[in-house]
Write a protein that binds this ligand. Structure first.
Ligand code: SAM
Length: 430
């Protein structure tokens, strides 16, 4: 274990040596001797030295230092150090610090405001302070808003049946328009949605009047997916930019950045962005776009072969941490759902594509297995609103989860049914 010092060693006055000594101070006892030296160093010309001096002064939680911190705030210009000073004032847990912390709620730097809020939360039962903090509920900074919501908003009633799902949705495949299907599903029924929507005008089953109407169609569906998803659970969306080939030599082809256009809409409707996983396929499996450039090598016409797809990870916005979700399950389920085998540690997933005689764009089961294991528990209900060949259902089943699939195309639907050997229509869906 690292051994920390209890006093400063400043025999060598170089910045590097001062910093080393400052970083090497651990827990500081109340009778720490070098307080005055720390005060001097807290106005040093080197901002890192200032930072670690303030940090160490903060550890002392000494109310006599309030004046020092207030003065430091007047001269300090860097965001990181002003945040540290504010945090140190909060750590004093002193009523004498309240006026300063309240003033800092008006600061222009959200990092400072967040620390001031933390300091004031110690007194949140005080009516006057509660009122002042609540005024920040409409603050323009999203983190400020979130912290106030988490601390004061008890309106939401959390489902006590988080780990359960409606029996009539379990292991069902529905042949129909997913929007109609979704309308019949009650709020907060689904644990995880993993899907790849029809690609804009790229296949027979996905022809839309315009790109705008395509995005609008998906927005409607993803809003419904949001409604039926349980508190704090995940929505994983696989898309990639597509290309509509040129209609003649006079025209150019058109690329549509589907994941990027959808991302903005998805986060607006209450999904929180969590991760962007890149699915990489072997280059020979991609359409060859580079041939023209390869022969003439002239700039501006470089068109790389596209071997990646986006697997975007979103979570239904919630004040609850992931730990809250673990607490909603029996411990045995959490333990049994652990990923004990070797797994991918980066956000780049190399997975070969899959092919099917019946469907032209199927998920490799390997991809579904990873998503389902990483983002759900055994016994959860997994939804794919655009089921295609039913890979999500197959993977859910083999990973001991329930599935709910909807697919518009009758032939695809029949194929899924065959594969999953199950009875089909939901009682509510005619
Ligand atoms: C990209 S494919 C999904 C492929 C699937 N991930 C798989 O592994 O096979 C999209 C599917 O959405 C279906 N689809 C298109 N519009 C739909 C709608 N309104 N409701 C339900 N399914 C729809 C298409 O028939 C197509 O099979």
């Amino acid at each position: 274990m690292k051994k920390f010092d209890q006093s400063l060693n400043l025999s060598d006055k170089s910045d590097a040596s001062i910093l080393k000594s400052l970083k090497n101070l651990g827990f500081l006892a109340k009778d720490f001797k070098d307080v005055e030296t720390l005060k001097e160093l807290s106005i040093h010309t080197n901002k890192e030295i200032r930072y670690y001096s303030i940090n160490n002064l903060g550890k002392l939680s000494n109310q006599n230092l309030l004046e020092t911190f207030i003065n430091l705030l007047k001269s300090e210009k860097t965001s990181k150090n002003r945040r540290e000073i504010t945090s140190s004032i909060g750590r004093l847990r002193s009523r004498k610090a309240i006026t300063t912390l309240v003033k800092l709620l008006q600061d222009s730097d959200p990092n400072v405001i967040l620390q001031a809020i933390r300091g004031l939360l110690v007194f949140k039962d005080d009516k006057d302070i509660k009122e002042k903090l609540l005024k920040l509920k409409d603050h323009e900074n999203e983190l400020v808003k979130t912290i106030i919501e988490v601390e004061f908003n008890n309106k939401k009633i959390y489902s006590k049946d988080h780990h359960k799902s409606p029996d009539d949705l379990k292991n069902k495949i529905i042949n129909g328009d997913t929007l109609k299907v979704l309308k019949k599903i009650q709020n907060e029924s689904i644990h995880l949605t993993f899907t790849s929507p029809p690609y804009y005008n790229a296949r027979d089953y996905s022809i839309y009047n315009s790109y705008k109407s395509y995005i609008k169609f998906l927005v409607k569906i993803f809003k419904e997916v949001h409604r039926v998803t349980k508190e704090g659970r995940f929505f994983i969306l696989n898309t990639s930019p597509i290309i509509i080939p040129r209609i003649g030599r006079k025209y150019s082809s058109k690329r549509y950045p589907i994941p990027y256009d959808l991302h903005y809409e998805i986060t607006k409707m209450g999904w929180e962005f969590i991760d962007d996983i890149v699915w990489v396929k072997p280059e020979p499996s991609a359409k060859n776009r580079i041939a023209g450039f390869d022969s003439h090598r002239k700039p501006l016409a470089y068109k790389p072969n596209c071997i990646t797809e986006c697997v975007m990870v979103y979570r239904k916005k919630s004040n609850k941490l992931i730990d809250w979700i673990y607490d909603q399950y029996p411990k045995s389920i959490v333990d049994e759902s652990k990923i004990n085998e070797k797994y991918e540690t980066s956000n780049t997933w190399y997975i070969d594509p899959s092919h099917s005689k019946v469907h032209s764009a199927v998920f490799p089961l390997e991809l579904c297995d990873r998503v389902i294991k990483f983002y759900s528990f055994k016994g959860d209900l997994i939804f794919d609103p655009f089921a295609g060949s039913g890979s999500v259902g197959i993977s859910a089943k083999r990973n001991n989860r329930y599935y709910l699939l909807s697919e518009l195309n009758k032939a695809y639907y029949e194929e899924i049914k065959k594969k999953l050997e199950t009875d089909t229509q939901l009682s509510f869906y005619k």
